[in-house]
Write a protein that binds this ligand. Structure first.
Ligand SMILES: Cc1cc2nc3c(=O)[nH]c(=O)nc-3n(C[C@H](O)[C@H](O)[C@H](O)COP(=O)(O)O)c2cc1C
Length: 186
């Protein structure tokens, strides 16, 4: 099997990381993989904020996410959220936050393609990754402008998707696929 197909087939979402930091070379390779993704009309509007896992902004986003989730949850779910020891990025040493031009029609699709490029690049480099959408509410709520500024989004940009990256501290099998259910030939 060629290397690309192997990375696609073996990738899975990783929710536990070691404390080992990524090197600058690894981070550069990952952001390049994101920016080398195709974009509609070759707009290249996807922007990446590289956040060190120890940056306190991540805890602020996590608190806001928990607060919003708890506010909209029943008592049982609320207790579960508050009892969950994990933050949204599972203490990965690096988190990339992708933002896009608010007014470009294909913005979120472009970010999705870019984030998958990053995820597959990580897989091919022996690293783990987790694509993160759960902070969308926190990133687009009352603190939207505050987070956009703290994360240095370009003017008129908004959150699209995030990805946690690091060395795996767990293994997870790739999900099952069902060719009969998901594909038809006409
Ligand atoms: C757009 C998107 C958003 C996601 N957001 C989260 C998230 O916030 N937290 C999380 O733990 N997993 C998140 N995931 C990971 C999915 O849960 C995961 O891809 C799915 O369960 C299949 O597992 P696999 O990636 O290991 O094949 C997200 C995946 C995608 C594509």
């Amino acid at each position: 099997m060629n290397d690309v197909l192997k990375a696609i087939e073996e990738r899975s979402s990783i929710r536990a990381y070691t404390a080992e930091k990524l090197t600058n070379e690894e981070i550069t390779a990952l952001v390049k993989a994101g920016l080398q993704a195709p974009t509609a009309r070759n707009m290249r509007e996807v922007h990446i904020t590289v956040v060190d896992g120890e940056n306190p902004i991540l805890a602020e986003i996590d608190n806001e996410k928990n607060m919003l989730l708890a506010a909209n949850a029943d008592e049982e779910t609320k207790a579960k959220i508050l009892a969950n020891p994990n933050n949204f990025y599972y203490s990965a040493p690096t988190v990339l936050i992708l933002s896009v031009d608010k007014d470009f029609f294909w913005n979120k699709l472009d970010a999705g393609i870019a984030v998958e490029n990053i995820s597959l690049a990580a897989q091919s480099m022996g690293l783990g990754s987790l694509i993160i959408g759960i902070i969308n509410g926190a990133m687009s709520g009352a603190k939207k402008e505050y987070f956009a500024k703290a994360l240095k989004f370009p003017e008129n940009y908004e959150f699209a998707i995030a990805i946690a990256l690091g060395h795996r501290n767990t293994e997870k099998e790739p999900h099952e696929i069902d060719l009969d259910e998901s594909v038809c030939y006409i």
